[in-house]
Design a protein around this ligand. Structure first.
Ligand code: ZN
Length: 666
């Protein structure tokens, strides 16, 4: 519901500005780590880590250990043969003693890098299985040369089929209407059950009169028992992933000793309790305590959180992010939060769908210290949690912008030629140079701090009423809220922007991305599937169509290249407001049919001719469609009694080394 993933093209656009706030750019820091296929791996800095107290460093250290300990949970959730396959691929990679420049080995290495990046055999964004460019015969020969003890107990035929048979487990999360989404998806959150069985199971289980419902299915795998009855297996100590969860808990318990205050200690202890029992009520209690902890400098996420990895949007993928507050940059989001009620009261939606009282929207800018599970190597740039609607309504939520990550994207994008290729005219390019970095950050802040937390459901409306379209429509809502308010004079009044035209930079970039440039992430012939991409297409194409009569914006062909021209930014803002009103109505009323119609009409299909053109123009630039990160390495120094005396941070570890180290250590 709440993860704002980065848009490569969006951030690629922020070319000319260096880090304007918070984190001064370090000229000697090399952000580029590795490049393969459609991926670039970067590294990020952790500014001000040295300024943390010793206890805060200890806390961060144990939380990062708890974060890394869950890595294999996600791999297994993403596909039941992922871990076996990774083991085999890594064994072949590390034991290979032939020519490392051999084309077949190079193809194998690239494949392994892709698999690492995706935490499994399916692309992290498109969800399609990777196509190996080395032969099965080559791999079999390498496998047969492995020491015997490495080959015991593996079902090779299954692993080979998983790697090489394109039809076998072809898609991790299938969203195609009309198909059994469980049976046709390769993710491992369900076992031997059909979509209908799962839906019937939850329909019988859900108490629709419960005003504080648990997040059904969040930490379970649904399967059938020996008698054919549908059951849930819990992720917990003594349940699924017990050994990994034990190690997470062990480190959380150590972290708890260095909590900054009682609320944070309670947060960690409740999370431990939840990992022991699997009780979703305890998870809700933990989430409420976590949302209420606004005083601690160090903070973290650790658990089964976002449900994009489940075609039914129920089971959470395991993830963890450890972070600490960037005090200086947080003034921006605190200003927005302090005015949350004003934004709610003035939003362009029917007053009955507004929250009469916006509670506890807390927001801050953070510095990520570690990315793990589903947040690694590809990572969100903003987060808003908890996800449960009733907790958000009654207890508020916490919203963050991860600025050392956006700063790294920005720094790594300098001079890549994107603006010259895709931005129509010099005046607009200048606008982007001057204002895109700040308006992009503000867009993220508004989306996370205010957008997701705004509005309310009508009594009796099932929060899951929008079903498979829920994620897309929720992101649409949050984006529209942000777009609408970016152009509001209120932002000038609050001192967040200094130019009434600044918002146009983000508007241009957003429309360009939604209409054209995000298509570079789609393979020819494929539909748009990922929720955030659908949301951006939905907004941009809807606005294009509804603004046509007034010539609000146009796409014209110049020298064979499609160009976007925005003629009337004020009217474009009105269109965003109008669509926000409708999307909020759909959410508040649980109007599935209207939501589905919007998604199907605007968010899914791709114009093949435009698509071809965009791919061609991109191919002349050297811009990776997707980017992610390696983590810094934290090394603790201990005294004779086993107490940490200092924690050192190092940025030199490479991508392959980090992946192999994680596999052997965690
Ligand atoms: Zn979002």
């Amino acid at each position: 519901m709440s993860k704002l993933t980065t848009m490569a093209s969006c951030l690629a656009l922020t070319a000319a500005l260096t880090a304007c706030k918070g984190t001064p750019a370090n000229e000697t820091f090399d952000y580029h780590v590795d490049r393969f296929e459609d991926i670039e791996v970067l590294r990020y800095r952790v500014p001000d880590f040295e300024s943390l107290s010793l206890d805060q460093k200890r806390l961060v250290y144990y939380l990062t250990e708890a974060a890394l300990a869950g890595r294999d949970i996600l791999w297994d959730q993403n596909g039941k043969y992922n871990l076996n396959t990774r083991q085999l691929l890594e064994d072949v990679y590390t034991h290979y003693d032939g020519d490392r420049e051999d084309p077949e080995f190079k193809a194998f290495e690239t494949y392994l890098k892709q698999v690492w990046f995706a935490n499994g055999l399916h692309h992290h964004y498109s969800m399609d299985k990777f196509t190996p460019k080395f032969s099965q015969a080559w791999l079999e020969a390498r496998v047969n040369a492995l020491p015997l003890e490495l080959r015991n107990g593996l079902d090779f035929d299954l692993v080979y089929q998983y790697i090489f048979d394109p039809a076998f487990m072809a898609k991790r999360v299938n969203q195609a209407a009309g198909e059994d989404l469980i049976v046709t998806s390769a993710m491992n959150m369900y076992d031997r059950v059909t979509q209908k069985q799962v839906e019937d199971y939850y329909a019988a289980l859900k108490d629709t009169t419960d005003l504080t419902p648990v997040s059904y299915g969040l930490n379970t795998r649904v399967t059938v028992d020996a008698n054919g009855n549908v059951i849930e297996q819990q992720y917990k100590i003594g349940g699924l992933y017990s050994d990994k969860i034990e190690r997470i808990v062990e480190n959380l318990e150590k972290a708890s000793r260095y909590a900054e205050n009682d609320v944070q200690k309670k947060t960690i202890d409740q999370l431990v309790e939840y990992y022991r029992t699997g009780d979703l009520r305890t998870f809700d209690e933990y989430s409420i305590t976590w949302a209420g902890d606004t005083l601690s400098r160090v903070d973290f996420i650790n658990g089964f959180i976002e449900s994009y990895g489940d075609p039914l949007g129920m089971t959470g993928s395991w993830e963890s992010i450890v972070n600490f507050k960037n005090n200086e940059a947080s003034e921006r989001t605190e200003t927005l939060s302090a005015n949350a009620q004003w934004f709610e009261d003035h939003s362009p939606v029917d007053p009955k769908y507004r929250k009469p009282e916006v509670k506890g929207v807390s927001a801050k800018v953070i510095t990520a210290a570690i990315l793990a599970g589903d947040a690694y190597p590809a990572t969100p740039i903003g987060i808003n949690l908890p996800n449960a609607n009733w907790i958000r309504a009654q207890h508020g939520s916490k919203s963050v912008t991860i600025e050392n990550i956006t700063q790294a994207y920005d720094a790594a994008s300098h001079g890549n030629g994107f603006n010259e290729e895709f931005v129509h005219d010099e005046a607009t390019r200048k606008l982007l140079d001057d204002y895109l970095f700040i308006t992009d950050n503000l867009h993220t802040d508004l989306h996370e701090c205010l957008g997701h937390g705004s509005g309310r459901l009508m009594p009796g409306v099932d929060p899951d009423a929008l079903k498979a379209h829920g994620s897309t429509l929720e992101e649409t809502r949050a984006d529209l809220f942000a777009l609408y308010y970016l152009a509001d004079p209120k932002l000038i009044e609050l001192g967040l922007l200094d130019n009434p035209d600044a918002y146009k930079a983000e508007y241009y970039k957003y429309m360009l991305n939604g209409l054209m440039t995000q298509l570079q992430r789609i393979e020819p012939g494929k539909d748009i599937e990922e929720a955030h991409m659908r949301n951006r297409a939905l907004i941009a194409r809807w606005a294009m169509e509804h603004g046509a009569a007034d010539n609000v914006l146009e796409m014209v062909k110049e020298n064979g290249k499609t160009q976007l021209i925005i003629n009337d930014y004020g009217k474009l803002r009105e269109l965003f407001g109008r669509l926000l009103g409708e999307i909020q109505r759909i959410k508040s009323e649980g109007d599935y049919a209207a939501g589905e119609a919007l998604v199907e009409q605007y968010a899914v299909k791709v114009d093949p001719e435009l698509h071809r053109e965009i791919l061609e123009r991109y191919s002349t630039l050297s811009i990776p469609p997707y980017r992610g990160f390696v983590n810094p390495v934290y090394t603790a120094e201990f005294d004779a009694d086993g107490n940490i005396t200092d924690v050192k941070v190092d940025y030199t570890e490479g991508y392959v080394d980090q992946m192999l180290r994680y596999s052997s250590q965690y």
